[in-house]
Structure formats: C-alpha cells, structure tokens
Design a protein around this ligand. Structure first.
Ligand code: PBG
Length: 332
C-alpha cells in the first residue's frame, strides 16, 4: 500500500464508488426504539432535555407506533412511569401496572412488533434506586426475587423479550429460572451486561422520573474506567443464560463494544443513551452542528464498533433518512 502506486482517493471519487466500497450500512432492522409510557389518556408530555421525545399514554403510544412499524423498525423498548412509587417498586410487577397495560395493548394492535421491556425497579421505587435498600445500599439478593417477579409479569402480559438493566449480580440466572418454571422458556433475555455508572443517563432520569433520592448507582453500575471487567460481566450473564447482550452507553464506550464483539458471538446491542441524544440535539438547536449528519455518523460508528442492534431515541429519524425521507428533504 505505497504511494503513488496506491492512491486511497481513487475509490472516494464519486458517491457511487463510495457506496460500493462502504463497509458498514445502517438498516431499519438494526434499531430498537425506546418509549416512555404513563397512565392517562391523550397524554403527550414533552421531555425538556430530550427534544422530540415524550411521555405518552397508551392510546397515544399506539398511534405513534404506526410510522416506525411501517418503516420496518422491528422492536420497541418500554419504560414505565407509575402512578405511585413505594420502597419495593410494587407497581413494576403489578398485573395492571403501566407496562403490563402497554404491552397488552401493543401486542394486540401490532402482533409482529417485538416488544422489549426494561426490567428494573428504579422507575418504581420511591427512593429511585434499582433494588431494595438495606443499610443505605441496594441489597443484591433480596432484589433478585423482585426482578424475577417483574420479568415474569412482563412475559405474562405478552412481552417478547425482557431486558434487565439493574446490574444486580445473578439476575439473569434468577430471571431465566423464573421464566422457565412458568413455561416462558421461549422468551429471550437481553441483558444490559456491561452497564456503566454514567452521567449520560441524566436526561433519561427526567424522562422516567427516576433519579436516586440519595447517593448514586456506583455500587452496582460499572466504573467507566474499566473494560476488562466488562468482559467478566458479559461472561457471567452469558453463563447464566442471556440470549443477547448489551453495552451501555454506546458512544463513550465504543472500545468496550469492540472488545465484547470480539470476545462473544451472541447478538450484541448498544444503547445510544439519552445524554448522547441530547448532546446532538442541543448542539443542532444552537446551530453548532449539523444534527442529521452527526446523528448518522454517530449511529454508523456504533455499528462499525460491532453492535448488531442499536437502541436509540434517534431511531425513527435515522430510518426516515435511510429511506430518503428526512424532514429536510420533505417538501412541506
Ligand atoms: C434503568 C435505566 C436507566 C437507563 C435505562 N434503564 C437509567 C439508569 O440506570 O439510571 C438509561 C437510558 C438512557 O439514558 O437513555 N435502570
């Protein structure tokens, strides 16, 4: 590969040539679109720190799902905001909890859409932590029973995949056992296997109304400085029966995505989290960045790093662009 025999620019001359040698392409089926659901009717509450994202009531959610389904986005990830919170997050596994209602309604209206539910207590506990508090910290083993109960109640409502995001040790095994015992042996687990204690979750905590009331999540989520540990976390979840694994956040952890990709052959998801989304939106609103191009570049980088699936609030906008129908190109 020596100049002047080799000239790298030869294959960059035209868009058609560039398309022919492009190594990574985004497709609608790469995406999982997250939603925030709450009780009520005709609710579409804007989330200040996530422009274009809303807390939706189930009726509105159903109408919002038409476009992503038509465009071929295969899956959604649901987060619930309950009516009331308590120390053990009981709305999270209530038969008529908000997620359970939403799952039943979505599966009825869009039977082919894959409904993934986030399994974690933090949206449902009054203290905002991801499990039961004992002596000022989250008690791992007591929390496992509740997570298993929650996953089971999601599966009973009709969830296609359950996704534990709590980072308790042993939760994948506990959930797998509970699902299998109840006859849900065909329901896969997408484990948030390497989930970091990240400041990039800030906007999500506004959206889900779930910030911890005291302390932080550093005793259960991972230290941002570690990536060997990510491989151990993933190995543990795979051992316990995870069907798909996840790295979260995505952009500040592309190296972790790459390492996990090379070490494991399970389907790998990456979560392009709320703060990553908010940064691009904020800069674009200020006219500091070209929002659409930065979004596509960021999403492409996540796939290039090795993710098979990208969970992103940008998903619908990105798919519109892939299908040649971006707001900029639309004549209104
Ligand atoms: C629940 C959960 C969080 C996110 C997904 N599931 C928040 C947290 O752990 O504090 C963050 C998603 C995002 O920022 O987009 N545990």
């Amino acid at each position: 590969m020596r100049f002047p025999e080799y000239r790298a620019r030869r294959l960059r001359r035209t868009e058609t040539l560039r398309r022919m040698v492009r190594e990574v392409q985004l497709h609608p089926e790469d995406f999982i679109l997250p939603f925030f659901v709450r009780q009520g009717r005709e609710l579409r509450n804007p989330i200040g720190s996530m422009p274009g994202c809303f807390q939706l009531s189930v009726d509105v959610l159903l109408s919002e799902l038409k476009e992503p389904v038509e465009r071929g986005i295969p899956a959604v990830l649901l987060f619930g905001i309950p009516e009331k919170k308590d120390p053990v997050g009981s709305e999270g596994y209530a038969k008529n909890g908000i997620i359970q209602q939403a799952v039943r309604a979505i599966k009825k209206a869009f039977p082919d859409l894959v409904v993934i539910t986030d399994v974690c207590l933090c949206e449902y506990t009054d203290h905002g932590h991801c499990g039961i508090i004992q002596h000022g910290d989250v008690d791992n083993d007591q929390t496992l029973d509740l997570l298993a109960k929650m996953a089971l109640s999601h599966a009973t409502a009709g969830a296609d995949i359950v996704a534990p995001s709590d980072m308790m040790d042993g939760r994948v095994g506990a959930i797998r056992e509970a699902l299998d015992e109840a006859g849900f042996d065909q329901i896969p687990i997408l484990s948030y296997a390497a989930k970091y204690a990240s400041a990039f979750y800030g906007p999500f905590r506004d959206a889900a109304e779930s910030p911890p009331k005291f302390g932080d999540r550093r005793s259960y989520q991972m230290d941002p400085a570690n990536s060997d540990e990510a491989l151990r976390e993933v190995a543990m979840d795979v051992e316990e029966g995870a069907d798909m694994i996840m790295v979260k956040p995505a952009l500040p952890y592309l190296d972790v995505i790459w390492r996990v990709r090379n070490a494991f052959d399970l389907p790998l998801a990456a979560y392009n989290v709320s703060g990553e989304f908010a940064m691009i939106k904020a800069a674009a609103q200020n006219g500091w960045l070209d929002g659409e191009r930065c979004m596509m570049e960021a999403l492409t980088s996540i796939k290039r790093a090795g993710a098979d699936l990208i969970i992103s609030y940008h998903a619908l906008e990105a798919v519109r662009i892939l299908q040649g129908d971006s707001p900029a190109s639309r004549k209104t």
